[in-house]
Design a protein around this ligand. Sequence first.
Ligand SMILES: Nc1ncnc2c1ncn2[C@@H]1O[C@H](COP(=O)(O)OP(=O)(O)OP(=O)(O)O)[C@@H](O)[C@H]1O
Length: 660
Amino acid sequence: MAMKRKLDQNDEPSPAKNAKATTEPKPESAKSKSKSKSKPVATEAAAATEVAASEPAPAKAPAKAAPAPAKPAATFAELGLDPRLVQAVAKQNFEKPTLVQRRAIPLTLDGQDVLCKAKTGSGKTAAYVLPLLSAILKRKSTDSTPFTAGLILVPTRELADQVFKAIEMFSVFCAKDIHIAKLTENVSDAVQRSLLSNVPDIVVATPARAWHSVNSEALSLSKLQHLVLDEADLVLSYGYNEDMENISRSLPKGVQTIMMSATLSAELDALKGILCRNPTLLDLKEDLGPEDEKLTQFYVKCGEDDKWLISYLIFKLQLIKGSCLIFVADIDRAYRLKLFFEQFAIRSCILNSELPINTRIKVVEEFNRGLYDIIIASDEKSEVFNEKVGDKEEAEAAKTKKGPKDEEETAATETDAPQPKKKRKTIKRDEEYGVSRGIDFKNVAAVINFDLPTSSSSYVHRIGRTARAGRAGIALSFVIPKELFGKHKPTSLKSAENDEKVLAKIIRQQAKVDRKVEPYNLSQKQMEAFRYRMNDALRAVTKVAIREARTKELRQELLKSETLKRYFEENPAELSHLRHDGELGRAARQQAHLKHVPEYLLPKEGKSAIAAGSVGFVPFKTDNGRKKGHKKGGKPHGRGGFKVNGKKRDPLKTFRARKK
Ligand SMILES: Nc1ncnc2c1ncn2[C@@H]1O[C@H](COP(=O)(O)OP(=O)(O)OP(=O)(O)O)[C@@H](O)[C@H]1O
């Protein structure tokens, strides 16, 4: 990317910086440079390491590493935030600031440019939203001139929605003083203009939407004070170049820039000098002992068809308990897995770029409310991202995988009929879709890489959907050994040819942060008894069935999101029934006998004999500390049922499902 906007040291300091210098107490970081060995928060047991980037920022100002504060703030109140924000944080039951919040908030309040790398789920959103709000509130207390002071750029619409909600949440006690706008919908210029006409203090947008608004003069950045790039490496990479270039040219001098990500790439190093003045680098590593590590990572080396067998066993025998997020390589594969699961009465729902944005957001919300247990997500965004920024080897692997012909071939069984190709092309994918980046799935017990991603950074973001905010979680990845690649044509996936190389990278990268990725041993012998059932189910899920399921769901969702939107807003339970009712099941041949596991198939020692290790059980707790599916002092009621009109309902077992 060749962005032209360069700031030199003569740039005026941002207003936030001025304000800081005059009225706020000096942040802890500035008071002392000596390192403390104290561990302020027991759960975090955190120690920060600051690493200066190899490249200096342009124009004489070298990038600087942030000194570790001698006495880090232990509470939100000590961070110097507006009291109304501290109150809002307390309302969220955030007891203490996380490491990234303790380190980034004082720097941001001080008006500094910050480049921050902190692990997934560590609370980066609050780390930039809170000081941003605080600075705006402070300025508005003396100067009420309306202008857009903050622009938050995110790579996907899902993330924009999430950040927007986070700002609403944190500004709950100062809502009348803070106006926010989210620019992600494909709305007409007129609607957009009216959205921006009351001059929001903060705009959350994808780069494309932000530039569109600036270009059409609906949004003015002439007085902008703070620019935030969440998932900065992605925002500054593929697909956004032109928009970012244009936006950077529209920025006034002295804008404070905050960049956040769990993975900072070489691109970011190069670009930080263009958007930042003299950035402070925060490379934060939660220094946990092995006993504190809440994420357990496993891989299974297996044949191509074994993935399906093991997944069937894991979910049918509930070897992993709690909510799961399954990542697959593409949309067809997601529907294939869903239909395969339906053969065994295992309910799941789908997330992909074809679904309308409202549906996607709703799926995440419902999952977070515990309405269902399994999401199958096609991680298209990160795959494309890898093509652009990954190393050559990875890029090639991803490209090979993307070939439409291969996609066709791998998604079909030998019994499939020829397919009309026209329809496929008419389905529009959302370029601004993404689930592995930044989305705050709550209480995910396990992330399963059904298809291994093609890069280690994509792996980091995917597994980062579990073990968030100090919770426990497991990540399980299927890896196809080279010698088994291409041996089961119907389920073969091109990118899997490089699985072992990618795994080696992942293991190396995780070792750098003191994490292990260990083999997950399954008893091959015990699994064999289930193989014929797996094959039966796989055969039923033909290419025709996949295609039908895909278009059917799309049609349904479009119908819901447009005509019936208001009705379903008033009757959310009905929507959930419709969506997760196994309606796709009609697409594939149904085989009633597969829905149950006969006793004789199970090993004498019980289902635990299949999973050799102790990985099988992931205790899963809800926010209030109770195990999911357990009433307080009562009996468990299965898969997380919920109450509708006083009656317990399981969204995954509705009248339609029972009819089968
Ligand atoms: N101080 C805190 N105390 C308790 N929970 C917190 C705190 N800060 C953030 N959280 C919660 O932690 C979760 C993860 O936060 P957030 O989404 O900001 O992480 P992130 O670092 O941006 O992750 P990612 O890299 O995946 O984008 C959220 O559910 C958030 O509400």
